[in-house]
Ligand binder design. Structure first.
Ligand code: DON
Length: 304
């Protein structure tokens, strides 16, 4: 498959400057990013790379980090994770509180904010130094020691994070947060602030296209069964109340973040990351979704 030719075609056909959408501004530091950034990077399971645009410029991966947090929590807590968080799509926005009250503080899934807060609570219980150990895990699967938090973004969200603060207190009231809420929130905001480029993100997520094995060494980081389940959750829950739309248009498991990044995984084949900061009203990158839709349409292949 001529992936570079296909990416070139996508670049010509997706003019992010003309597409609608707004850069996220509820995290003040993110509002400073130029709306017209656009990059895409595809990483195959045999280590081939194809790209265009600003694919090597770092951005805030935000909710994409929820997949990495879940992966680490599963390594420590195993199947017990599912006693504290569900596996059903929410059909609600990423930061919604409404289901929590009906469902007694058990978040619908780990890829919405409420679920990720519970996952971070699990990690705070297990890790001696959560931020350092989280970073160590991410660097390992990224095979890159330069991956880091963006402190400015984390602190900017912490200062304005009233919605997440309300949410974690509600979950705590139901007994599903065991640690101090400010400690868990601080850790959560830092996990969201991890910076990666499309190249680094695609490289990191090739693990999920490769049955949980690092492509260079073959080291099994996540079991085949867990990798299957994480991909299933990305498919059904990775885009909140737009998960159906993403499946319908793109047909790959994926995860978005309010930094404008989207990563998608084609098991046995490749992972692909795209970045364009203008978001639609559901919080997903407008140009990113279109670029991925073109990718699976032009290649004529998706998991469906
Ligand atoms: O907690 C938040 O609101 C952000 N740190 C992450 C949200 C996010 O990325 C939703 N994605 N589309």
């Amino acid at each position: 498959m001529d992936y570079q030719g296909i990416l070139n075609e996508i670049k010509v056909n997706v003019d992010c400057t003309k597409l609608p959408g707004e850069v996220a501004s509820y995290i003040p530091e993110l509002a400073k990013i130029s709306p017209d950034k656009f990059g895409m990077h595809l990483y195959s399971v045999i280590g081939e790379e194809f790209c265009f645009g600003e694919s090597q410029e770092r951005f805030s991966i935000q909710s994409i980090s929820k997949v990495l947090s879940l992966s680490l929590a599963l390594l420590y807590e195993g199947e017990n994770v599912w006693k504290r968080v569900g596996v059903e799509p929410s059909g609600d926005p990423f930061n919604s509180l409404v289901q929590l009250e009906y469902e007694n503080g058990i978040p619908r899934n780990p890829l919405i904010n409420s679920g990720a807060l519970v996952i971070c609570d699990i990690l705070v219980s297990h890790l001696e130094n959560p931020k350092a150990e989280y970073l160590q895990f991410v660097r390992k699967i990224a095979q890159n020691d330069q991956i880091d938090f963006d402190e400015k973004v984390a602190e900017s969200e912490k200062a304005e994070g009233h919605h997440n603060r309300a949410m974690i207190n509600l979950i705590k009231a139901y007994g599903n947060i065991k640690n101090d809420v400010e400690e868990v929130l601080d850790f959560y905001f830092y996990t969201c602030s991890v910076q990666m480029s499309c190249k680094e993100l695609a490289r990191t997520f090739v693990l999920y296209a490769n049955h949980g094995c690092l492509i260079e060494t073959g080291e099994q980081i996540l079991s085949v069964k867990r990798t299957k389940r994480i991909n299933a959750l990305m498919q059904t829950c990775g885009f909140y109340d737009e998960a159906g739309e993403f499946s319908f248009r793109v047909g790959l498991p994926g995860k978005s973040g309010v930094g404008g990044g989207i990563v998608a995984v084609y098991p046995n084949m490749y992972s692909v990351a795209v970045w364009s900061p203008k978001l639609n009203e559901k919080g997903n990158s407008t140009a990113g979704m279109l670029a991925l839709e073109l990718l699976t349409n032009i290649t004529g292949s998706s998991i469906f």
